[in-house]
Design a protein around this ligand. Sequence first.
Ligand SMILES: Cc1ncc(C[n+]2csc(CCOP(=O)(O)OP(=O)(O)O)c2C)c(N)n1
Ligand SMILES: [Mg+2]
Length: 797
Amino acid sequence: MRTVAGTGLTESELAHLDAHWRAANYLSVGQIYLMANPLLREPLTTGHIKPRVLGHWGTTPGLNLVYTHLNRVIARRRRPVLYVAGPGHGGPAMVANVWLEGTYSEVYPAVSRDELGMARLFRQFSFPGGVPSHVSPETPGSIHEGGELGYSLAHAYGAALDNPDLLVACVIGDGEAETGPLATAWHSNKFLDPGGDGAVLPILHLNGYKIANPAVLARIGDEELGALLTGYGYRPYLVEGDDPLNVHQRLAATLDAVLDEIDAIQSRARADGGGRPVWPMIVLRTPKGWTGPSRVDGRQVEGTWRAHQVPLAAAREEPAHLAQLEKWMRSYRPEELFDGAGAPREEVVAWLPTGDMRMGATPYANGGRLTRPLELPDFRDYGVRVSQPGSPPAEPTRLLGPFLRDVLVANARFRNFRIVGPDETESNRISAVLEATDKAWQARISDVDEHLGAHGRVMEILSEHTCQGWLEGYLLTGRHGLFSCYEAFVQIVDSMVNQHAKWLKTTRELPWRTPIPSLNYLLTSHVWRQDHNGFSHQDPGFIDHLVNKKGDVVRVYLPPDANTLLSVVDHCLRSRDYINVVVAGKNSAPSYLDIEAAELHCARGLGIWEWASTNGPDPDVVLACAGDVPTMEVLAAADLLRTHLPDLHVRVVNIVDLMRLQPAEEHPHGLGDAEFDAIFTVDRPIIFAYHGYPWLIHRLTYRRNGHDNLHVRGYKEEGTTTTPFDMVVRNDMDRFHLVMDVIDRVPGLALRAASIRQEMVDQRERHHEHIRRTGEDLPEVRDWVWPGAPLEIGAGR
Ligand SMILES: Cc1ncc(C[n+]2csc(CCOP(=O)(O)OP(=O)(O)O)c2C)c(N)n1
Ligand SMILES: [Mg+2]
């Protein structure tokens, strides 16, 4: 690892940096401990200490040091910097810095830059009715809460994409660096385009410890660490020490060197292209809990894991802790940092960047301010022509491909739309997008490769974590995107999407946070159609996971065919502040609705399909379906019923927007009870074929009047590599079983339809025998189409 000798700062620069750092440290400690007496005008008493002292000191001085020094380079170079704090538990650090630069008081005028404001700043932190302990959405300048560790570097890269002027400084905890998502995110440098993208400066904060253990990277030796980071394609610069003035000199000199290097890389790439650069990064080795109490109760704290949370936990109870806390706070010499009114003195803040160049005020961290709505081609032009329901097959995602391609084309000059995915763009059959752009790739390209290029807008890496992190970073800085993924494996990012949902929920409650484009998932290669794969690839549980989140954040769409998919995706790309999950098939499937009908159906979110229903408005049974394969089975069952039981009154209801099932009080899309009762009835059996785990439908509808009559078929974890129809048979969601369900549930039918029921049982047996003998589905199943005239597939209306 390289080091840069540091002697370049003048006395006054050094004094300014150190004063700012001390001020930030003072304000951080104050936030953790104090509820009064912010300037220590009186001797500290237990009454000044919060009853519950909550927060994390250990990482804080390091985060403050980096913020202070970034201020210097921003002021000098006038280059916008976005600060991503991986150890987001260091919330007090970011709040302190943002208050010092003035942004905090602009956003929250009550927390003014004076004694009263400082008192409020301290009191509110980790306090009921106040602000959380992490770098939460409430913190101006943050796009990264950092509570769940591991996502900082992927977020940083996502933010840098298509922001050529931006530098994203990303502090990575040495503990955080042990996580899988962080470990794989180093590879983002093989995708970042030095020409059109901004730069990321990873700063690995080697403070040596986590909560209760040393960090692996802090104990492997400099040579091994240097080799690891070099192997990831970086040029690591080491800054280390525990003497503040010395570290200031070194860090300042190193930042100058690495920013010069970044400038040179970008100028070179922007002048004449060139290959993949080796980007610089910093390894910052300073003590955990630096400048805090060295020893507490006879044990070493500073420079150890014991500094992780609050070093003097008993400050309210034990006079010795209280005295030590006062000594600690006074060691920053607050009288030199704040004037008589409690405002930061000139030396501390006069040299800071101003306006939007302040890291707390940067529009990049309030991305909605930068959002340009997507130019969207008219999705109706991409539809299948359906003159009668149940046309010849179309592959829904393949139909979507040209629409997405043209979204890329229409927005190419705005550079604000990307598609991410773990190696599945072609497999998911949206490969038409590659007619408009390449897949981003900065590493070596060989002759056999196709569609790889330095400026690609499709980003594929076989890490769902990195895909998710990139996209989140991209969206949080105001741009648009789509994550295309196999349904089963998107669950790898369950935990990340939780955090994003929490972020959105909170930002929606903050009027100064401008809405950002939604996080859109296109999940295909879904549970029911795994031709090359099997049980491992069959899992629709992502939906169950997401519906736990706040109703105003999550939307789940199950378009039954190609035209409804187009309409749903168009809608999602226009939306803000949501997480939209779209589950769609990529295999050949019938198209039921022409594009106008599809649009209406999607706008309603569900609807009675009169053309598939029989005998008028008073049904004996409701056949409900959500999802493409369940829809086909329900329609095939309806077809069997009209053949075998022509007198039966059957109503077919299709649900595209799953959230329509929830009560209106629980979800903004929830149907009112009167409408729900009118569609599903309150007293007739409802046989519901659902894409995912059946219990979810019960969960969503348990308060509905007709719930006792609801019988749901769905995936019950029966699967393998088998025929398409066998998948539904194994899970009792096949057309024959649905007919049996109807016969079993409609009062009086059992007797009358006993022989038809027997026929259905026999059909399932025949199926069983046939697939084992021939390897494919029964011809009458395979070739089944909704009875009607054959239809043509064509482009346009
Ligand atoms: C994914 C995840 N696992 C566990 C935790 C609990 N946790 C909070 S802080 C921390 C240690 C972090 O150490 P490091 O990244 O080195 O940060 P620092 O030393 O700067 O505090 C852990 C394990 C977490 N926040 N996120
Ligand atoms: Mg650490």
